[in-house]
Design a protein around this ligand. Structure first.
Ligand SMILES: [Zn+2]
Length: 293
């Protein structure tokens, strides 16, 4: 039986709680971050500008329509400056009922370094989020940022924003918040793994098995993970780095030059088409440089 929808009063309290958790976990500093929830009647309940998310009160929230026009709120309050990014998510995805934006330090580090969290590493993350790409940089609070986010929110529940932070979408407020926790937790684990210098990736075959689990456990996803990252975007899919290694479940991913090379247990080196191209291009550049010298 579907759960009854929480009342607006309850949602105001829930936003206060989620804001407090974002602040307590260090996912935001100062007045960073914003939270919104869908209300009946094509309206949104949203955090106001210029307030620490650790010290919200239920009365502070503002109500807007889906065009971002303010419908109600305390005198002097204005909706979050990132409202455009929230509106894009709600317009693109009827299944999204809450949006959480924050600047968690490790995930934001990946966003600044330009490294997406798109490797098949943790079964839990593959099953719940799939891949976490980086939306191109756009000036915060402007249509530039919402335009860069738009193509990504169609296919992902979690994304990084280049040189800015992270965005999580959910079927309800706590689902979106937990996705933000997963993004940061995954970023931290990825950082440790890369510092250790070895990363065992799940094979493409194993990723296929995990996708089937989504169906078993009723985990909704806006798009499937591509069986082959080179298969393009028709139908829309999420790109996840998972080496092809028939019969293998884990594949050692060793760094060789700029290309990553997957080595199976047989010692056979397996390259994706993109990795092979990178290697060939590197060799050609090297030869050209020697010829010119
Ligand atoms: Zn931000």
């Amino acid at each position: 039986m579907p759960q009854p929808l929480p009342s607006e009063d309850q949602l105001r309290l829930d936003i206060v709680e989620v804001g407090r958790r974002l602040w307590a976990r260090g996912f935001v500093a100062s007045n960073d971050g914003n939270i919104s929830v869908r209300l009946p009647g094509d309206r949104l309940l949203m955090t106001p500008t210029s307030v620490s998310k650790g010290f919200l009160t239920p009365e502070m929230m503002v109500v807007t329509d889906l065009d971002g026009r303010m419908l109600s709120g305390e005198p002097g309050r204005k909706p979050s400056s990132e409202i455009l990014m929230h509106l894009v998510a709600y317009r693109q995805r009827a299944d999204v009922h809450a949006v959480v934006h924050a600047h968690p330090p490790q995930a934001t580090g990946f966003a600044v370094a330009g490294i997406p969290l798109d490797r098949a590493v943790l079964a839990e993350v593959v099953t719940t989020l799939g891949s976490i790409p980086i939306a191109e940089y756009g000036t915060p609070s402007t249509p530039e940022l919402s335009a860069s986010v738009e193509p990504y929110v169609r296919k992902h529940d979690a994304l990084l924003l280049a040189n800015h932070g992270a965005l999580a979408l959910g079927k309800d407020l706590f689902a979106a918040y937990y996705k933000m926790e997963t993004i940061e937790h995954f970023a931290r684990i990825s950082l440790v793994t890369r510092l250790l210098g070895r990363e065992h990736l799940l094979s493409r075959e194993e990723v296929g098995r995990l996708q089937e689990l989504r169906g078993t456990y009723g985990i909704a996803s806006p798009a499937p993970v591509c069986p082959d990252p080179a298969s393009g975007d028709d139908p829309p899919c999420q790109v996840l780095q998972a080496p092809s290694a028939p019969g293998e479940r884990l594949v050692l991913d060793a760094a060789v030059g700029r290309a990553r090379v997957a080595i199976g247990n047989t010692g056979e080196i397996q390259l994706t088409y993109a990795e092979l191209t990178t290697l060939i291009e590197g060799a050609v550049r090297h030869l050209t440089a020697r010829t010119m010298a």
